[in-house]
Design a binder for this molecule. Structure first.
Ligand code: G3H
Ligand code: 13P
Ligand code: ZN
Length: 313
């Protein structure tokens, strides 16, 4: 099956009250772990590539690995640019086989965000086949591509702006800020995790049927924190979004849930444990094999317990 866009996936997810997992990919083992889980559960998939992943792996290698995933599975798969920060970057991905891009101009004033998003949408939609565009309103706290957004610069999405933004830009999905954040330290020690479901509800009321995206949606599962800390790592006070909140969001207008930190932690926990227990091993396949398996188990868990998209491929 060729790459697909997310249009049909999101329409079904919205109607069915579930969400599609958008997993960040950086190398072969990560892609294989994710695809193996999705194959077993017949789950639709979004594989997303950040600017940092392009820099690390070389975009061509990642595109070819995703093409291999299409051959290896008969799943509907979207290849998506995560957090594109310029027209040129989005255009490069569109021209080189991505079926979906995100233009993240959420740090710019409203008019500039609207203008840049519109420019990317015009280009993406004019392709044959058309490429879809995710945009963002509101700003998440945390680290992306080595840029830290502080709590004071983060801001919730203003529901009063969403209709005008979506109408004027023509974007296909909208990422909003309701209290999630990137990375492994989402809430301060002792802070009660909270998401602004009232904002999500109001956005959904103003944009009926329109797919909403949640970034910064890793749960930072305790078993990975414990294993990392047990085997020589140090992740003090790591916290994530409770899975019950993500399930609730998925049952509402949220059709795409972004997960990267949980993949990183599953892989790191596995490698730390393996290295510690097998100090004389030096064949990368010996520790990357279990790391790939750890990714598969994590994605299986997400599909079944958080996203609800098993059997929807
Ligand atoms: O939102 C950011 C993703 O976790 C990607 O992270 O830019 O370090 O590849 P990265
Ligand atoms: P996490 O850091 O919570 O995994 O968020 C990933 C993300 O939003 C990628 O765009
Ligand atoms: Zn993100």
């Amino acid at each position: 099956m060729p790459l697909v866009t997310s249009s049909e996936m999101f329409r079904k997810a919205y109607e069915g009250g579930y969400a599609i997992g958008a997993f960040n990919v950086n190398n072969m083992e990560i892609i294989q772990g994710i695809v193996n889980a999705a194959k077993q559960l017949r789950a639709p998939l979004i594989l997303q590539v950040s600017a940092g992943a392009r820099k690390y792996a070389n975009q061509t290698y990642l595109v070819k690995l995703v093409e291999a995933a299409l051959i290896d599975s008969d799943l509907p798969i979207v290849l998506h640019l995560d957090h594109g920060d310029s027209f040129e970057l989005c255009k490069d991905c569109i021209d080189n086989g991505f079926s979906s891009v995100m233009i993240d101009a959420s740090h710019l004033p409203f008019e500039e965000n609207t203008a840049l998003t519109r420019r990317v949408v015009d280009y993406a939609h004019s392709r044959d086949p058309a490429v879809v565009v995710e945009a963002e309103l509101g700003r998440l706290e945390g680290v992306e591509d080595d840029i830290r957004v502080s709590a004071k610069d983060a801001s919730y999405t203003d529901p009063g702006q969403v209709e005008e933004f979506v109408t004027r830009t023509g974007c296909d999905s909208l990422a909003i800020a309701i209290g999630t954040s990137h990375g492994a330290y989402k809430f301060k020690p002792g802070q009660k995790p909270e998401l602004r479901f009232d904002i999500l509800e109001e956005v959904a009321r103003r944009l009926p049927g329109f797919p909403i995206v949640l970034h910064g949606a890793s749960s930072v599962l305790p078993q990975y924190v414990e294993t990392i800390n047990q085997y020589g790592g140090s992740m003090p006070d790591a916290t994530g979004i409770p899975e019950s909140m993500l399930r609730k969001a998925a049952s509402m207008a949220v059709c795409k849930i972004n997960i990267d930190t949980d993949l990183r932690m599953a892989m790191t926990a596995s490698i730390r444990q393996y290295m510690s227990l097998n100090p004389s091993h030096f064949d990368p396949r010996q520790y990357l094999g279990p790391a790939r398996q750890a990714i598969e188990e994590l994605v299986n868990h997400k599909i079944v317990n958080v996203l609800g998209c098993a059997g929807k491929a």
